[in-house]
Design a protein around this ligand. Structure first.
Ligand code: GRF
Length: 228
């Protein structure tokens, strides 16, 4: 007899548009991602992603960082709410707040983020502008486990996006974002299947040390995104 495996449960943190959240929900709906989203939490009450989440029938919360005296107080309130759901994984999907080491360490090994660059290149903000300024030929996105080292945690999966000669920060950002929408569900699917282990010396996938991030192939769908 086949044993039914309960989907793992996730809490998703957003701050804005929520297009990665949308991609994750679509992958779940298509049964490409065995995950259940217990709640979506935004630090901004006006995040467009909250409206999407409500329409998708997801439980939503706002923990407005402007209502807290400092970062530690905000992170503590956020963690209390997250822990109410006992998630297997906490998914940062465009969550634009720096997190305290206390928060990060509390979720170490089950806190993941998507970053619009091929980490370790271009940590921080304005990644597309910086890649174009450097005349990079290849840019991309990474899904990584979060550690107290900002954008420095071990990378699970990346997608490489070729830079076009006439790219602007906007056109490059649009193509990277399209690729992100395949990358995050694919990386979460590995995690949800229980195939990824976070260890002090790096990640293991299927019990073998991950020497380099898993490379998600770039596809024609990603390339055909236009910003005009
Ligand atoms: C994405 O580019 C993601 O890589 C970065 O923030 C952006 C979020 O976009 N961390 P969205 O809110 O998911 O549309």
């Amino acid at each position: 007899m086949k044993q039914k495996i309960a989907p793992r449960c996730a809490v998703v943190l957003i701050s804005g548009r929520g297009s990665n959240l949308e991609a994750i929900v679509e992958a779940i709906d298509k049964q490409a991602l065995p995950l259940r989203i217990s709640a979506v939490i935004s630090n901004r009450p006006d995040a467009a992603g909250l409206t999407y989440a409500q329409h998708a029938g997801l439980k939503t919360h706002v923990v407005d960082h402007t209502h807290y005296a400092d970062r530690a107080a905000f992170d503590a309130a956020l963690a209390r709410l997250i822990d109410f759901y006992s998630p297997d994984v906490v998914v940062l999907a465009g969550f634009m707040r720096m997190l305290t080491p206390e928060f990060v360490n509390h979720y170490l090994g089950r806190l993941v983020n998507i970053h619009p660059s091929l980490l370790p290149a271009y940590k921080g903000l304005k990644t597309h502008e910086r890649a174009l300024h450097d005349k990079a030929k290849v840019h991309g996105a990474s899904v990584h486990f979060v550690t107290p080292d900002l954008d420095g945690g071990p990378v699970l999966m990346q997608v490489r996006v070729p830079v076009q000669p006439n790219d602007t920060p906007q056109s490059l950002a649009a193509r990277v974002l399209a690729a992100e929408h395949r990358l995050y569900p694919a990386a979460l699917a590995l995690i949800a299947a229980g195939r990824v282990e976070f260890a002090a010396d790096g990640l293991r996938v299927d019990n073998a040390p991950l020497a380099a991030p898993v490379d998600l192939p770039y596809t024609v769908e990603d390339a055909s995104i236009h910003t005009e």
